[in-house]
Design a protein around this ligand. Structure first.
Ligand code: IMP
Ligand code: MG
Length: 172
């Protein structure tokens, strides 16, 4: 892999942003039955840091979704390959995702989770690529907004490489 990586968000910027998001969530979900639902694999580092910054109790679940068909095509079929393992009925579910790009996979996932009858369902994303959106989706908590470019690190991969990097880089 001869890709060049350019630093985009430092450890300090990420830590500050995650702490800010955790403060907002801790206020909004005080006295609620918060369940964080992390989207594998990309959100695992973000979720781990976010959860440890919360000042309120939270259950932690994971889901995994896969899209088949032509990559980057909106016609790709999306399926849940790993579902939550507890009942979400009456719970306050907050989906924790690494990146919202076209919005297609998250729209599918939110529709799927709604069928579990949560009391509330919201979305938290570390990175929002708003300009690339193909379907409208509300991101309730956003870490960073970015225009375009492919990023890696802090759980986010390029063909399974770079997930363990502590900072976020743009791949050139
Ligand atoms: P979408 O919103 O349905 O297009 O899918 C977003 C998902 O695509 C994210 O959760 C990532 O898994 C992946 N993705 C989008 N942009 C990037 C990127 O810049 N780097 C790595 N993965 C990305
Ligand atoms: Mg993802």
């Amino acid at each position: 892999m001869a890709s060049e990586l350019k630093l985009l968000f430092s450890r300090e910027e990420i830590a500050e942003t995650v702490a800010r998001m955790a403060r907002e969530i801790s206020v909004d979900y005080a006295d609620k039955k918060l369940v964080l639902v992390g989207v594998l694999k990309g959100a695992f580092v973000f979720l781990a840091d976010l959860a440890r910054e919360l000042t309120i109790p939270a259950a932690i679940e994971f889901v995994r979704i896969a899209s088949y068909g032509a990559k980057k095509e909106s016609c790709g079929k999306i399926t849940v390959t790993k579902d939550v393992e507890i009942s979400l009925e009456g719970k306050d579910v907050l989906v924790v995702e690494d990146i919202v790009d076209t919005g297609l996979s998250l729209t599918f996932l939110m529709d799927h989770l709604r069928q579990h009858h949560p009391a509330s369902l919201r979305l938290c994303a570390l990175v929002d690529k708003k300009a690339r959106r193909e379907v409208e989706i509300k991101v309730d908590y956003t870490g960073f907004a970015m225009a375009d470019g492919f990023i890696v690190g802090y759980g986010i991969d390029f063909n399974e490489h770079y997930r363990a990097l502590p900072e976020i880089f743009v791949v050139d």
